[in-house]
Design a protein around this ligand. Sequence first.
Ligand code: NDP
Length: 492
Amino acid sequence: MPDTLNTLREACHFINGVYTVGTSGRTFDDISPVTGRKIGIVHEALKPEVDAAVAAARAALHGPWGKMTQAERSDMLHAVADEINRRFDDFLEAECLDTGKPRSLASHIDIPRGAANFKVFADLVKNVPTESFMLDTPDGTGALNYGVRKPKGVIAVISPWNLPLLLMTWKVGPALASGNTVVVKPSEETPLTTTLLGEVMNAVGVPKGVYNVVHGFGPDSAGAYLTEHPGVDAITFTGETQTGEVITRAAAKGLRQVSMECGGKNAGIVFADCDIDKAVEGTMRSAFANCGQVCFGTERVYVERPIFEEFVARMKAGAEGLKLGAPEAADTTMGPLISNGHKEKVLSYYKLAEEEGATIVTGGGSPDMGELNGGAWVQPTIWTGLTDDARVIREEIFGPCCHIAPFDSEDEVIARANDTKYGLVTAIWTEDLSRAHRVARQIDVGIVWVNSWFLRDLRTAFGGAKASGIGREGGVHGLEFYSELSNVCVKL
Ligand code: NDP
């Protein structure tokens, strides 16, 4: 098996417990978003590699993994989490190489959550009851009904690039805890931590074929071949809504179940009675953390008119105080976007905002990063002055930017927040708790945060309404997706 460094510089598939370059003979470059320079190569999987990975996952269902007790599987997933933590620095290096995100961010969020995703579901699966009913029968003897959860089978995991380890393990954790096997196709932009996890699986003795990785792109590549593969029993996806539609169509063949965590155009709602220090701090994070590449990100901020000017001024100062830089620099608070391709997309929205008549409060272009100018750098940007029908207000940009608009009444802001095809999250800032509850219930989203943002309890339901997704993961909801519930009816 290659050592860590080789694994990082040459991302291979991980199939049946073995790293392999496959037979496609095709590779693509792994590019640093910090410099724009190549940091390694990635082997591309085509049909034969996907076939092999799915076959390995299928076989593993009937091997030692399938015969383990739930407690044994949970212990093994705890060992996976412990091994991720033991190799924390390797995961940190890999994640920062691929994404360019600040080490301070990845070491507080991405890597710890990557480990926690295994522990939480390993524990949860042991403590979730199933239903049972006693049925009265005419002969008076009755019948006992009880539910049994079984693994669904081979799960295809298609994951994005913004929080690579976190979002991939968020699916792999509950899938394995429920006794399934997985084939993961990470984003082509971020192959490294998914690859490295193969070493962890082998180190703690996870049976071969339980965790498989194939690299490649979406259409006509690993992603499409995997999601169309008849040997896959269910598909869990995080990414753009349009990609989710394509995958849902692929899943329709054979009626495979899907879990879709897709895009958003999230609103932040700031009432005049909020604690403005907390509201500014939280909205700053929601707009600029991870260079704005968080599905929960707040790109539409509505501020009650009495505090609008002050709020905009404080957000401007906050954005201008962000320190753009390389991941390892201790004072870096914002990294680059994921790629120069994504930079072009974000900059096209910066241009569009001007064309649509926005007032640029700060930013609006790319910064001079000196020797890092080849990287995917853009300025944190704030606009005001757009009307609600502007494309910048309606379309997900996924960059470090937000538009701030004033509002005058609760009903008005609820209607404006809901005026979107998406429904992922909303953050409400107010010290009036009755108002918070009242407004929260009227926003058409999967998650509402009150006086917080990205505060996650992994036992709770997670997912989006409308075009932001299908289904819920998290807590028992994840276990429901990753297992098949059978009812046993026993006539007494
Ligand atoms: P994409 O939809 O572009 O890609 C997601 C994954 O799907 C990647 O692995 C991609 O491969 C793969 N893929 C693309 N096309 C296909 C296809 N036809 N068949 C199978 N797989 C395919 O999303 P991004 O990676 O750009 O991630 C950003 C998006 O993710 C944003 O819209 C964001 O809102 C959303 N997101 C949603 C979250 C949520 O929980 N709701 C959380 C985080 C992000 P490749 O990259 O190799 O092309």
